[in-house]
Design a protein around this ligand. Sequence first.
Ligand code: PRX
Length: 652
Amino acid sequence: MSTSTTNIESVLNEQRVFPPPAEFSARAHIKSMEEYERLREEAEREPEKFWARMAEEIHWFRRWDKVLDWQPPHARWFVGATTNISYNCLDRHLSTERRTKTALLWEGEPGETRAFTYEELHREVCRFANVLKKLGVARGDRVALYMPLIPELAIAMLACSRIGATHSVVFGGFSAAALVDRINDAGCRAVVTADGGYRRGTEVKLKAAVDEALRETPTVESCVVVRRTGSQVEMKEGRDQWWHELVETVGADCPAEELDSEHPLFILYTSGTTGKPKGILHTTGGYLLWAHLTTKWVFDLKDEDVYWCTADIGWVTGHSYVVYGPLSNGATSIMYEGAPNHPAPDRFWSIVERHKVSIFYTAPTAIRAFIKWGDEHPRRHDLSSLRLLGTVGEPINPEAWMWYREVIGKGRCPVVDTWWQTETGGIMISPLPGATPTKPGSATKPLPGVAADILTRDGEPVAANLGGFLVIRRPFPSMLRTIWGDDERYRQTYFGEIEGVYFAGDGARRDRDGYFWIMGRVDDVINVSGHRLGTMEIESALVSHPAVAEAAVVGRPDELKGQGIFAFVTLEGTREPSDELKEQLRGHVAREIGALARPDEIRFSDALPKTRSGKIMRRLLRELAASGAVKGDVTTLEDFSVIEKLRAQEEE
Ligand code: PRX
């Protein structure tokens, strides 16, 4: 990581405070700051006892011998215990009134709906688990899921976890090339996909991408295809089979396997500072506990709620807060397949009104888009069913927070700004809606059990209101266990930066009330629409084009997406810059990684600004991309004329 500063400047000064509405607190799981403090102190004083008490909320087949085995940087939680997350999400509810309650309520982009009660979902999961077994997938095998946001994706995840297969969900917006890397890194044995899915009225052809990918993935033996759009696809004899045909060939009886608490549950790839994505590994017991508890605490979930997290399941938010957290709590979880502005910019509000959504969780980038599209869209709908609003994925600017509270929540609904990461598996810093007074733009305080802190690069405490590095001092149950296949990278990335603590990669400050204000990434990772992209990954994609000699990618502020992608490119000697080449390169990156990574702007340059030791000075490029000028220290720059030339282009 290229974090060189000791202190980070913070300029935000927000004074507004909103206490939770009294009637909300009266009914909340955690009703006051006193109650929050009691839990927090209990966790500080005797962490293992605290976690053991919390773990009573989960169904275990066998109890643990030891709560935590911590051999830094490796933790094992609930050592010796066995459980199953699919059992906790399904079977557990079948002996209660929830048996006939709606578990998943799905709406496709074209408008059709499908609902599954807990009993029905259980049956579908058991059947698909039997299909996987029939295909030879066994405990410990990896299965790639490359699917649209349809119920079968949740079913496939729960079927994998039921039999102890480790799922690796690959976001349907990623390209065939990105899928190849992820399948090969994890050595997946099977792939589950669909003919296609819908996004903004057009079909995303997933099976075609899978066909391309599977030419280069020697470990894949079988591919199951859901018929979603009905479009023509090729089915390769001996490898590809239809989901609907396979489930007809098996029974609906499939007991959940008793799995070790540390059994690998899923791998999810996320961007890091090098070109290769990191396979974040989560295991069973600790992840389940935290997904369950945080859903209950942060969303204050009750049996009568209709809960909607708008995230795609291709990201961690969808894993923890569309599937595992809500279902383990017996909630009704809504899944919507498509775009927020299809067929019109009021689609989300129409869904809230029609399904009487009470808890709504989305991303700041979506909120900024809603603001831009205009208040008339939410105003056209009855949003009175809403009682709680949440955000995740990137810092939310106070004005967007206020708009969310006023226009969507009508000033009645608490807003929870939740900070966490793929690596943490669940929410770490967030208001408790019945307890915590909120401040627009602040994720407020760490949840009980989360030892979050802000330190200097040297591990020293930072005074109030000064920026520093956000760390977690103690292991927590849902912490990633390693990077798949690269434990050394795990050690270095998360525990090699600041002595003895987990370093998250974010800068933050804490105000005098102990509230955390997240200031964004301090490494070479940019956050586009709430999704992490490594600048190195995009650079590698650019350099893989024959015309490109060298590339440097930086983020620059973007009103809608949070950060936009700005690429500086040096061409091979014989190639001439042109607008056509720019377009080619943008398309090339989209094909290599996915449309999400397509650069917003490309600037050609004879050379890139470097230090004498040859390191690209990204700070200068960032400044240039953001403001068109360079004001900071340039004394380490080898050739100053490079910046002059780049700036001259700006003025052209
Ligand atoms: O920089 C932080 C930002 O998103 C990063 C994690 O990205 P990812 O692993 O893709 O997970 C996103 C969903 C959990 C963090 O390192 N981030 C996430 N939530 C917030 C945030 N930044 C500020 N405020 C948040 N609430």
